[in-house]
Design a protein around this ligand. Structure first.
Ligand code: HPA
Length: 273
């Protein structure tokens, strides 16, 4: 069996031919936020299926394309479509694209996701910037032999989210009149949404939002020394006493409502980097 390092190197060999110009900024466009891609002046669109060893997405709401282009005057690489543990991918597969972005020269990573709001003041369609996270997925992408050239065996997680980018977000919020929550994201395996009792538990341990992604990618990005900013679009309100059934359509609709604001935030950060 090929090691993850060998697989990443193979993908890089291919991509270094296709993408001659370096990009220092990587974007992960989560659920319903593929529209963000419309603000990118795209030079290359590479379907994941063309990249050697790259996993291929199984969820319809996530297309699988690597975009290379410019946003806010900077060169960016954007992953349109991500992989989730609940699809059956291993934590190594879920984070393969992050290893590849880092290998292509990316030093700063901006991530978006859809999440349920646990803080009672959060409404569907709101945005939350992650200040910290709680990994409840029961998996870790760093499990197994460490690749020392990628990062340390025991990476620090005292500050996974970058303070300088958080300060930029304050400026951007004022500039565009946006109100952006700051909170703690709990990552669960999914794919079912939580029970009332689980939402109550998550709130009691300090989480402000809950979702099924992002944390594996952040762990790997930090392992490789990338600077990270991550944002949740609150797609449903998870207050145990007031809980109503939610459909995927409701979740996608809320994500779409927030997409214009999140686009402004991403573009604002990129232009300030
Ligand atoms: N729970 C977990 N993941 C989610 C939710 C939720 O309520 N909403 C969107 N992603």
């Amino acid at each position: 069996m090929k090691s993850q390092k060998e697989a990443v190197d193979k993908a890089l060999l291919f991509l270094n031919e296709r993408l001659p110009t370096e990009s220092e900024i990587g974007l992960i466009l989560g659920t319903g936020l593929g529209d963000l891609a419309q603000r990118i002046d795209i030079q290359e669109r590479i379907p994941y299926s063309e990249i050697p060893c790259f996993p291929v997405s199984t969820v319809e709401s996530h297309s699988g394309v690597l975009l290379s282009g410019t946003l806010g005057g900077k060169r960016v690489l954007a992953l349109q479509g991500r992989f989730h543990l609940y699809e059956g991918y291993s934590a190594n597969e879920v984070t393969f694209p992050i290893r590849v972005l880092a290998g292509l020269g990316v030093q700063t990573l901006l991530i978006s996701n859809a999440a349920g709001g646990l803080d009672p003041s959060y409404k569907a369609g709101d945005l939350m910037m992650l200040t910290d996270h709680i990994n409840l997925q029961g998996e870790n992408p760093l499990e197994g032999p460490n690749v020392d050239t990628w990062g340390p065996r025991f990476p620090d997680m005292s500050a996974p989210y970058d303070d300088a980018m958080a300060a930029m977000v304050d400026e951007i919020a004022i500039e565009h009149g946006l109100s952006i929550h700051r909170g703690i994201y709990a990552a669960v395996m999914g794919p079912n949404l939580e029970t009332r009792a689980e939402y109550k538990l998550l709130r009691s341990i300090g989480a402000d939002a809950v979702g099924m992604s992002t944390v594996p990618e952040v762990i790997v990005a930090r392992h490789m020394g990338l600077r990270v900013a991550a944002f949740s679009v609150i797609t449903d309100e998870c207050i145990p006493e007031l809980l109503k059934p939610v459909s995927l359509d409701d979740i996608l609709a809320a994500a779409r409502r927030a997409a214009p604001s999140l686009s402004l935030v991403f573009e604002g950060i990129v232009s300030r980097l």
